[in-house]
Design a protein around this ligand. Structure first.
Ligand code: HEC
Ligand code: HEC
Ligand code: HEC
Ligand code: HEC
Ligand code: HEC
Length: 215
């Protein structure tokens, strides 16, 4: 008797099943790929080995960011301070505090405190603090109001789209150099005029071509 369907159709159910499994994996992958790096890291707030508070030191006490992050104006990477910087004060202040036990141990042993990294770009993306600070982009534009944080938290997605949004229209993010570490800064009414002038003076031109950030 002649076959009603060609022989290969026997494999149809298994093909459909394989297709469905592939589709499911694909959807999960897309979701993971797009959702994870770009959105879920906002709010990342790891616990640190020492309960150091930016709110107390940089907020209430009004310490400038550059007292501790000394390299931020000169180099690509901002440094986290050494234990010695803390001991400038803590040899005299709160010397018995439990919360500073690890700091005193680190000072005695010479082993650095193992702070947990909060912000981190993949290696294939190039970023340079000094270029941004020199152009007049404030810490707050990229890190939020750190001086109000008990524990540092990632406030911006650090995604390519986020970088490019500012690179295409940096005007509202450029400040006078002396305001670079100021928190709660808002652009004054004449910001556009100021930005135009400063962009011309300093010849500011943020890269939007691929090789600008992928070198
Ligand atoms: C007394 C020293 C001190 C001062 C002042 C200070 N910081 Fe920090 N900062 C630290 C230490 C220590 C860490 C690492 C531990 C942590 O994340 O809390 C840190 C971490 C950070 C991080 C997270 C780094 C990462 O791992 O991604 C940012 C961003 C930051 N500081 C910005 C600022 C800004 C902005 C100011 C000024 C408003 C400031 N800091 C003032 C000591 C300081
Ligand atoms: C300019 C001086 C100064 C520097 C530098 C400094 N601190 Fe402090 N720190 C203080 C003062 C003042 C207090 C409040 C002390 C109190 O409340 O008795 C304090 C409080 C603290 C406390 C809370 C202590 C407690 O028992 O409540 C911790 C933890 C701390 N600092 C960690 C650090 C670390 C870590 C560094 C270095 C990254 C650092 N501090 C650098 C002045 C400083
Ligand atoms: C234009 C955005 C931008 C500005 C402005 C900016 N940062 Fe950052 N910051 C970043 C990015 C992005 C990273 C992660 C860099 C990486 O992984 O290579 C970072 C990382 C850091 C770190 C961790 C160490 C490092 O270099 O990776 C510290 C500390 C820090 N920033 C402090 C500051 C301080 C203090 C200021 C202001 C004086 C500032 N930043 C201004 C975007 C910025
Ligand atoms: C809030 C605004 C803003 C954000 C956000 C921002 N940038 Fe920029 N960026 C600038 C400005 C302004 C310049 C121009 C500096 C100049 O031309 O003097 C610049 C310049 C650069 C340069 C050229 C530096 C050099 O040495 O030539 C690189 C690379 C760069 N940005 C990478 C990044 C990356 C990567 C991100 C995201 C993680 C980012 N930027 C986020 C404003 C920003
Ligand atoms: C202003 C800086 C900047 C420019 C310009 C830029 N990129 Fe990126 N790119 C980034 C950053 C930062 C990341 C890391 C983003 C993340 O972790 O999600 C990235 C990630 C990527 C990725 C990894 C996939 C992803 O989305 O995570 C690819 C591919 C890529 N860029 C290609 C390009 C191409 C092609 C161009 C030119 C059309 C370009 N980039 C221009 C900053 C930039």
């Amino acid at each position: 008797m002649a076959q009603l369907f060609p022989k290969w159709t026997n494999r149809l159910p298994i093909l459909v099943l394989a297709g469905l499994v592939f589709l499911l994996v694909f959807i999960v992958f897309i979701f993971w790929y797009y959702a994870t790096p770009k959105y879920l890291e906002v709010g990342y707030r790891p616990e640190q080995p020492v309960p150091y508070s930016h709110k107390l030191h940089a907020g209430d006490m009004g310490m400038d960011c550059r007292y501790c992050h000394t390299n931020v104006e000169q180099s690509a990477h901002a440094n986290v301070p050494s234990t010695q910087t803390c001991m400038n004060c803590h040899t005299n202040v709160a010397t018995e505090s439990e919360k500073l036990l690890l700091v005193r141990e680190s000072w005695a042993s010479g082993k650095p405190i193992e702070w947990v990294r909060v912000h981190s770009l993949p290696d294939y993306a190039y970023f340079d603090h000094s270029a941004h600070i020199t152009a007049g982009v404030g810490c707050e534009s990229c890190h939020g109001n750190v001086a109000a944080m008990e524990v540092v938290e990632q406030k911006k997605p650090l995604s390519m789209g986020w970088c490019l949004d500012c690179h295409r229209e940096p005007e509202m993010h450029l400040r006078p150099r002396e305001d670079i570490t100021k928190m709660n800064w808002t652009p004054p009414p004449d910001q556009m005029d100021f930005a135009k002038k400063i962009i011309e003076e300093k010849n500011i031109s943020p890269p939007t071509d691929c090789s600008g950030c992928h070198r």
